[in-house]
Write a protein that binds this ligand. Structure first.
Ligand code: ADP
Ligand code: MG
Length: 337
């Protein structure tokens, strides 16, 4: 017998695409905070995010009568029509995250806008509003996600161990803190402060907070620009390399992305200067005219298509070689003592 699925089932299936694992929730919530103009964000997780995830921000908040709408599918304040996708200024646009999260966990949102004297706290279970009350609150939003997948045990079984899920959140938090330097981001895991970056801090001090001064001392800053793009960032010198790629970060217009092409173009430039099987460290920020990129190709948005990729690859590789050569030919500075 052919049956049309119930809305509840449709929602849980759709949620599976957005909320693969606890770190997907953290990513969506932090991106929402950034889109809301937050300058300070606190992320706290417990037990790999399965028991507890909280994202607290000082962004613009959600007005009382829009809270429930925000948790509906395809509800977004960021996109009006399809063409907006090609001139996107925000990280979110699908209007699916909150709806997905609320369908597979218990959610408590506390939020207050500038126009309101009091904030509002709403408790959701099984995708439905259970309770709502006014509260005293600073402007901004806190979203607490509890008991992830409590109502979809099948999904829970597919999760990795709590340690693995926690590590995946920690990796994500590093990506977010680097990509959004200038925004204060605090990350607390199982009651332990892992890092805290400050509002208006520059990239160099954020990297120092995250990786320590030893690594940062071996990074070289560069900028480079073409007609339709600008690139800036840090790359490691020829004396520092690692056994894996864990400290390689690439961002396009503020969004963390995976790009084998860009990675290869940089690593190739290191071939002559670091041993085989070792990897450089880099944090690369590309600003590209949005008309040359399409972020709509992958649900978790870590892949983008760039129409002027070839040009960018060539110039990054040239620049890297140039920097490394300079670094190479620098005379040894002998200390006097
Ligand atoms: P999207 O981010 O794609 O618009 P979401 O489901 O993530 O979809 O969020 C739905 C809407 O809820 C957003 O468009 C925004 O208006 C509002 N919202 C979500 N999180 C926040 C937040 N932290 N601060 C202010 N508004 C928020
Ligand atoms: Mg969003």
């Amino acid at each position: 017998m052919i049956q049309v699925l119930s809305n509840d089932t449709i929602q849980k299936i759709a949620a599976g695409e957005v909320i693969e694992k606890p770190s997907s929730i953290v990513k969506e919530l932090v991106e929402n905070s950034i889109d809301a103009g937050a300058t300070n964000i606190v992320v706290e997780i417990k037990n790999g995010g399965l028991d507890y995830i909280e994202v607290l921000d000082n962004g613009k908040g959600i007005a009382k009568d829009e809270i429930e709408i925000a948790f509906k599918r395809h509800a977004t304040s960021k996109l009006n029509d399809f063409n907006d996708l090609y001139n996107l200024q925000s990280l979110g646009f699908r209007g699916e995250a909150l709806a997905s999260i609320v369908s597979v966990s218990k959610v408590i949102i506390s939020t207050r806008t500038n126009d309101e004297k009091l904030g509002h706290k709403v408790y959701f279970e099984d995708g439905k509003k259970i309770e709502e009350r006014p509260i005293a609150k600073n402007i901004g939003t806190s979203i607490i996600v509890k008991d992830l997948f409590y109502n979809v045990p099948v999904r829970k079984r597919f999760l990795k161990s709590k340690t693995t899920e926690a590590n995946s959140i920690t990796n994500l938090m590093y990506k977010l803190a680097i990509g959004n330097y200038g925004i204060g981001i605090t990350y607390i895991k199982d009651d332990k402060l892992i890092f805290e970056t400050k509002e208006k801090e520059n990239l160099n001090s954020v990297l120092t907070e995250l990786f320590g001064v030893n690594i940062v001392d071996n990074l070289l800053e560069f900028t480079l620009s073409g007609r339709e793009y600008k690139i800036n960032g840090y790359i490691s010198n020829n004396k520092y390399y690692r056994a894996n790629r864990s400290l390689q970060y690439i961002y396009i217009n503020g969004r963390y992305i995976e790009s084998k092409e860009i990675r290869d173009s940089i690593e190739t430039a290191y071939k002559a200067v670091i041993p085989n099987g070792r990897y450089p460290v880099f944090q690369i920020f590309l600003s590209i005219n949005p008309k040359h990129i399409d972020v709509n190709i992958h649900p978790n948005k870590e892949k983008v298509q760039i129409t002027i990729l070839e040009e960018i690859l060539n110039s990054i590789q040239l620049k890297t070689k140039e920097i490394l050569n300079q670094e190479f030919s620098l005379p040894e500075i002998k200390s006097k003592d």
